[in-house]
Design a protein around this ligand. Structure first.
Ligand code: FAD
Length: 654
């Protein structure tokens, strides 16, 4: 029986990156990776975001490798269609980058990645066996070692290890020993996908004017959205394009689980049809219930889970790789600490102290990502609402999650504990925003305005929102400034959603509104509605009156009406004796002030307001139901029995 320091079950994304990370962080570790499959096949999960990019570049040192063997990613790109999905690509409204963003992310060819990583692992001195299927695992207790049996070349072997990490994907070897996974409070989404050969080059389609708006659209993860679903396009360096549908089960009577249904569904969308013209489907796969959660991924008995084997949320915003980065960091930190500590009692004490904290961190990370996606799913098909939230989510991701990761804050448990009240505050804001979005959706559908901006063909650059701070990401010690940014982002998007809900053009970007409608006001009226409007109009009028009077020799009263948002005009009067010329001048000035727009202005005075609000939030908010439709809308509530069966259905056949 051979003995290893670490045995990793499964040589996929999670297992192979963890093995490399461990060996880089502690070269003396004796590591074995057992992979059941022979050969390499395409796998789902191909687009990375910036936190994962950072993990690959900084932790794994793979910068040269990734740029040579895979494709750089040009951010996320959303296209919004008419409800009939009958518009040509060029007429769809679009949210996306104009050029490749500064923090690297990649489109990964999974078969190539795993083949290359396996080779690199072997060169590092890691023992990697292919065709080795783990069939038994006796979990160690106390100071004993784990015993692991596997079949390899028609023989059964048993090895022992101080640490075992289950990276066996959705097969989840560890669940045979522990009921780890739960289906309550998770998205109930399915996916169907395949790889296509010879799709049309998006950068050669459309008019010259349309092409000029953005460069390298093909390098983005494209999202075509519909009611409760979205379709991805991801380019792969091997020449194929990955195309998939992710949808909410509750929105489909029958979701497209067969190849012909999949193709039929895609071809019902004119713009997608344009891209697929002449393309050939190479392979196809479909999974039912995608998401499951777990309270623990790390155990004091020296075992852990990572990747699909640990938990999975949803493909939207490509967070799978981020979860792997977070979990692998924690696992490798514990293993290396344990290996370097000669005194087992001290190591055990540290494990006892740190393991629960890392588990809590993973749980909160999952909840945070879930809150982000739950906010956008209900309005994916509205250009006006989804565009605002996509901009907000991306920026919030950079200011919060990715920034903390790049600054190594997730590896600093003391920092992470100290900041827990901030996460509670952000979660409370997110839930508040979600309620306003659901309310906006309801109002706009009732008033037949919900799709108005979908096929307008507008282009919004996603980068506009984060261009000011993105170069500073990863620095420590700027928390006050980050809180200011985060609160500003929230306020801006809240105003944009309210603008759409109440049909108040340019509400969010009028300078006077930004001064009169702050976080303080939102906290007082979190579902800001028609009945709250008169009070705001009054305040806006008073503010402009004050500005106009300050710049004149006379007193003027400015009245802002609902109509002023559409006409861009306000009404100016004066109780004092003024000439017509003075009145005209004041009128001109008041209109100018009313029309003055601004990118979102700094409001450092809101930081203490937010901090007080955050400190009031209970710990339990981190466990709250983050898709609030589940609370109100029975149509979105599948029973757990249904979902459970669906998850078992997708177990990987080996
Ligand atoms: C529809 C969809 C789209 C996604 N899109 C993205 C995306 O764009 N970006 C992103 O970051 N993430 C995405 N994800 C998530 C991403 O796919 C996963 O995070 C990632 O693939 C998980 O890798 P893994 O190593 O855990 O699992 P896998 O890559 O499945 O590896 C598990 C390995 O374990 C092996 N194995 C299983 N059982 C045994 C056994 N008994 N013994 C030995 N070996 C065994 C298997 O053969 C397999 O090779 C997506 C997920 C889904 C469902």
């Amino acid at each position: 029986m051979q003995t290893f320091d670490v045995i990793i079950i499964g040589g996929g994304w999670a297992g192979l990156t963890l093995a490399r990370q461990l060996k880089l962080e502690q070269p003396a570790l004796k590591i074995q990776v057992l992979e059941a499959r022979q050969g390499f096949a395409s796998k789902v999960g191909e687009a990375t975001v910036e936190m994962t990019g950072h993990y690959f570049l900084k932790r794994l040192g793979l910068v040269n490798y990734l740029y040579r063997r895979h494709l750089p990613k040009n951010g996320l790109r959303f296209f919004f269609d008419s409800p009939q999905h009958d518009r040509p690509l060029e007429q769809l409204s679009e949210h996306g980058t104009t050029a490749i963003p500064p923090h690297p992310a990649f489109q990964l060819d999974r078969a190539r990645l795993e083949e290359d990583l396996m080779q690199m692992n072997r060169e590092q001195g890691i023992e990697v066996l292919q065709g080795a299927k783990v069939v038994g695992w006796t979990v160690a207790e106390g100071q004993q070692k784990h015993q692991l049996s596997y079949q390899y070349q028609q023989q059964e072997y048993t090895h022992q290890a101080k640490w075992v990490v289950d990276c066996s994907g959705r097969h989840r070897v560890a669940r045979k020993h522990q009921k780890l996974h739960k289906l309550d409070n998770v998205p109930q989404n399915f996916a169907a996908w395949g790889r296509f050969k010879d799709i049309q080059d998006i950068d050669s389609l459309g008019s010259a004017q349309w092409r000029q708006k953005a460069f390298g659209r093909f390098l983005s993860t494209l999202h075509f959205t519909g009611d409760g679903y979205w379709v991805w396009f991801i380019p792969l360096s091997g020449g194929y394009t990955s195309v998939g549908i992710v949808g909410e089960q509750a929105k489909f009577e029958r979701w497209p689980k067969k190849q012909d249904e999949f193709l039929h569904f895609l071809n019902q969308h004119s713009a997608i049809k344009e891209l697929l013209h002449g393309a050939e489907l190479i392979d196809f796969e479909a999974w039912g219930q995608l998401a499951y959660r777990a309270d623990e991924f790390l155990f004091r008995d020296r075992w852990a889970t990572s990747g699909f084997a640990a938990m999975f949320l949803d493909p939207l915003f490509s967070g799978g790789g981020d979860v792997i980065a977070l979990l692998n960091d924690a696992i490798s930190q514990q293993i290396v600490m344990d290996f370097n500590e000669p005194d087992d009692d001290i190591a055990n004490q540290r494990l006892a102290q740190q393991v629960p904290q890392y588990n809590q961190m993973a749980k909160e990370f999952y909840q945070g990502l879930y809150a982000h996606i739950a906010t956008i799913y209900p309005v994916l098909d509205s250009a006006e609402l989804a565009n605002a939230i996509a901009a907000y989510n991306t920026s919030a991701y950079f200011v919060e999650i990715a920034w903390d990761y790049m600054a190594d804050h997730y590896r600093d448990l003391e920092y992470w504990q100290r900041k827990s009240y901030l996460r509670r505050g952000y979660m409370a804001l997110e839930l508040m925003l979600q309620r306003q979005i659901l309310s906006a959706r309801h109002t706009m559908l009732q008033q037949d305005r919900y799709f108005d901006r979908n096929h307008e063909g507008f282009f919004e650059s996603g980068a506009d929102h984060y261009k000011y701070f993105v170069y500073l990401m990863g620095q420590s010690g700027r928390d006050g400034w980050r809180i200011d940014l985060r609160v500003k982002l929230f306020t801006e998007v809240f105003l944009r959603i309210t603008q759409a809900k109440l049909d108040l053009p340019n509400l969010a970007h009028r300078r006077v509104v930004q001064q009169c409608f702050t976080l303080v006001d939102i906290l007082k009226a979190p579902l800001f509605d028609e009945q709250d409007l008169p009070q705001l109009l009054c305040r806006l009028g008073e503010k402009i009156s004050q500005w106009v009077s300050e710049q004149s020799d006379n007193e003027f009263q400015v009245t802002v009406e609902r109509h002023s948002f559409h006409s861009n005009q306000v009404v100016v009067t004066s109780d004092t004796d003024v000439t017509q010329q003075q009145l005209d001048k004041a009128q001109h000035l008041a209109n100018q002030l009313w029309q003055q727009t601004d990118e979102f202005i700094a409001m450092p005075s809101m930081v203490p307001v937010f901090l007080a609000f955050a400190r009031e939030q209970p710990d339990a908010i981190m466990d709250s139901v983050v898709d609030q439709r589940l609370l109100f809308d029975p149509a979105h509530h599948h029973t757990h029995e249904q979902a459970d069966t669906a998850t078992d259905d997708v177990e990987v056949a080996l």
